[in-house]
Design a protein around this ligand. Structure first.
Ligand code: SF4
Ligand code: SF4
Length: 338
C-alpha cells in the first residue's frame, strides 16, 4: 500500500481513471461489488496501523451526534455545554468538530478513542453493504485513505479486461468527463431515492439525503430534500423547524413552502403558525378554485382528467385537498361538466 503522505500526489495520476472505474462499477452486480470490496477491506485493514496513518483525522471534519456528546465531554472532564463551545460548531444538521486536523488527534492516536464518534468508527465505510450508493464518496476518499486508494487499484486489476474495454467505450461516448459525471450523479441519486421510496424506508431516505446535501450546502434543492424526507418520516416538528429556517433563506422557493405546509397540516396546524417572508398561495375548495376548474375543464380538445386538474392546481398554489375531495366538490358544483 502507498504511504499516507504519498496519496495526494498519486491520486492526481489516477483520478480520471478512478471516476471511470466508479462508472464501470455502477454497471456491475451490486452484491458482487459489495462482496469484493468488503473482503478487500478485511484483508487490507487486517494488521494495518491506522495510528501511524491518521490521515482521516487530519483531512476530515467528523460529525458528532447529540447522543455522543455526553460520553466525549465526560472523557474530557468538561461539562457538555463547555465541550460544545470549545470544540464544536453547529452544522445544518447536528454538530461538527470545529478544527482540522481534529483536536483529539495526538502523537499516539485518538485521545477519545473508545468514545470516538460513529462517523470516525465507520470511516471509510468499505465494510458496509450497498457500496454502489457510496461510490462518489469512495473516489473522493482515495487521496485521504491508503486503504481506499488500494481498493481502487485492486478493483482495476480484478476487472482488468472488462474495465479496459469499458474505458475505450467511455472515452468514445463521453469524452467530456464533467458532462459524464453530472449525468451519472443525477442517475445515481434518482435510483437511490427511488429505492427508498419503493421500500418506504423513510428513515433511510432522511439519512441518505442528509449525506447527499452535505456536498451541496448552498443548493436549496438538496437542502429542501432533507425537509421533505423528514415529512415522509413523520418527523413533523423537526421538518417544520428545519424548513422554516430554509424558508427564511429561500423565501420564494415553492418546494420549501409546500413541504412546510405538509408538515403543518399533518399535525393539525395551519399556515398561520408560520411568519412567512413570502406567503404561499393556498387553494381551498371555494369559488376561486371552482372558477379555475371550470376554465380548465371546459376545453374543446381532448377531455382532461381530475388528476391533470389537480396537478395543474399545484402550479397555482398549494391545494388543501386531495383528488378525491376535489372530485366530490366538482360533482356537486359542476354536475353538468363532469
Ligand atoms: S475523534 Fe478521534 S478518530 Fe475521530 S477524527 Fe478526531 S482524532 Fe480521529
Ligand atoms: S481509516 Fe484510512 S485514512 Fe483513516 S487512519 Fe485508517 S488508513 Fe488512515
Amino acid at each position: 500500500m502507498l504511504s499516507p503522505d504519498k496519496l495526494k500526489k498519486a491520486f492526481e495520476t489516477v483520478e480520471e481513471e478512478n471516476w471511470m472505474l466508479r462508472a464501470f462499477l455502477k454497471g456491475q452486480e451490486p452484491e458482487e461489488v459489495d462482496q469484493i470490496v468488503n473482503s478487500m477491506h478485511k484483508e487490507l485493514f487486517d494488521g494495518f496501523d491506522c495510528i501511524a496513518c491518521s490521515n482521516c483525522c487530519k483531512a476530515l471534519v467528523p460529525i458528532i451526534e447529540e447522543n455522543e456528546m455526553n460520553a466525549i465531554s465526560s472523557k474530557l472532564g468538561l461539562p457538555c455545554e463547555d465541550f460544545k463551545k470549545k470544540y464544536l460548531v453547529k452544522a445544518r444538521e447536528g454538530f461538527m468538530i470545529n478544527k482540522k486536523p481534529c483536536p483529539f488527534l495526538t502523537e499516539t492516536g485518538c485521545s477519545i478513542y473508545e468514545h470516538r464518534p460513529k462517523y470516525c468508527r465507520e470511516y471509510p465505510y468499505t465494510d458496509k453493504e450497498e457500496i454502489w450508493t457510496r461510490l462518489i464518496n469512495l473516489v473522493e476518499n482515495c487521496p485521504v485513505c491508503p486503504v481506499v486508494f488500494e481498493i481502487f487499484e485492486r478493483l482495476k486489476k480484478h476487472f482488468r479486461d472488462e474495465f479496459e474495454s469499458y474505458k475505450v467505450e467511455y472515452e468514445e461516448i463521453w469524452g467530456n468527463q464533467d458532462e459524464y459525471e453530472e449525468e451519472y450523479d443525477d442517475m445515481e441519486e434518482w435510483e437511490t431515492d427511488a429505492d427508498f421510496f419503493a421500500q418506504k424506508d423513510w428513515a433511510g431516505l432522511v439519512e441518505y439525503r442528509r449525506q447527499k446535501a452535505k456536498r451541496y450546502p448552498d443548493d436549496p434543492y438538496y437542502q429542501w430534500s432533507i425537509g421533505e424526507a423528514y415529512v415522509l418520516n413523520k418527523e413533523y416538528e423537526k421538518a417544520i423547524s428545519f424548513l422554516n429556517d430554509l424558508h427564511k433563506k429561500y423565501p420564494d422557493d415553492l418546494d420549501i413552502q409546500y413541504s412546510l405546509l405538509d408538515a403543518l397540516f399533518a399535525i393539525r396546524k395551519d399556515e398561520t403558525a408560520i411568519n412567512w417572508i413570502i406567503k404561499p398561495e393556498i387553494l381551498r375548495l371555494d369559488k376561486d378554485t371552482l372558477d379555475y376548474c371550470n376554465n380548465f375543464l371546459r376545453t374543446k380538445r381532448k377531455p382532461r382528467t381530475v388528476h391533470e386538474l389537480h396537478t395543474e392546481l399545484y402550479c397555482e398554489g398549494y391545494p388543501v385537498f386531495d383528488e378525491h375531495q376535489l372530485m366530490d366538490f366538482l360533482l356537486l358544483s359542476l354536475p353538468d361538466l363532469i
